[in-house]
Design a binder for this molecule. Structure first.
Ligand code: IPE
Ligand code: MG
Length: 222
């Protein structure tokens, strides 16, 4: 989800106003994903590198996150949405961690669309954490290093409960992955749009999915 700052700048508004409109875009995109019957939608909300931003902006983003969780929980429950979080979210402020844990627990049995929110997420950090977990199992004699498979590694990533990643959308005209789901995107279709995140919604999601539907995927075959 990129382009909140530029959306605000174009309108001579503070960056916080862009982030606020970004939350509205999250709401409409999650609704659209649900209506389209998507199995899962993952949103990159806060990266492990976003801590480098000014303290005030980080605090605005955390405030919006608190507000979002409080406001959306009833809609998630009513609409059978399961929420999971990827990333080291335990490092966020303790009240946010508690709210997230509560939301995860209360939606755990929903079997509609899974909404995965990436918080304090970095793909390299995720892979290091998976590697440490596997190494600990090897040291404990639970698994032999030579027996570790791709499936074992995937099962130790934060995305273990998500289906294979079909489509990755990056907004705002940037064309890079920025430490997002590097393992999981091995055969993912990539879609880049100039639309700034606050302007993203049902129509843009549909356009991305239509583009995806027209592609031929061979997964290395011929
Ligand atoms: C993305 O918008 C929002 C988050 C990182 C939460 P940006 O804040 O990166 O917006 P630009 O890139 O400055 O336009
Ligand atoms: Mg940006």
């Amino acid at each position: 989800m990129d382009g909140n700052g530029r959306w605000a700048k174009k309108r001579h508004l503070p960056r916080a106003a862009g982030h606020k409109r970004g939350v509205d875009a999250v709401r409409s995109t999650v609704r659209a994903a649900r209506d389209l019957g998507l199995e899962a939608l993952t949103l990159y909300a806060f990266s492990s590198e976003n801590w480098k931003r000014p303290e005030e902006e980080v605090s605005d983003l955390m405030g919006l996150l608190r507000h979002f969780i409080k406001k959306e929980i009833d809609e998630f429950i009513a609409n059978n949405v399961r929420l999971i979080v990827i990333g080291n979210y335990q490092a966020l402020e303790s009240d946010i961690v508690a709210m997230i844990d509560d939301l995860i627990a209360r939606t755990a049995h929903n079997d509609g669309t899974t909404l995965a929110i990436a918080l304090n997420y970095g793909s390299q950090d995720e892979m290091i954490r998976a590697t440490r977990a596997l190494a600990a199992k090897a040291v404990a004699g639970e698994i032999a290093p030579g027996d570790i498979t791709e499936a074992d590694f995937a099962a130790h990533l934060d995305t273990a409960s998500l289906p294979p990643l079909d489509l990755l959308i990056r907004t705002s005209g940037e064309q890079r992955l920025s430490n997002f789901l590097l393992w999981q995107t091995a055969y993912t279709e990539l879609y880049f749009t100039d639309v700034l995140w606050p302007d993203f919604g049902a129509a843009e999601l549909k356009a991305a999915i239509d583009s995806f539907a027209g592609r031929e995927r061979r997964f290395g075959g011929r």
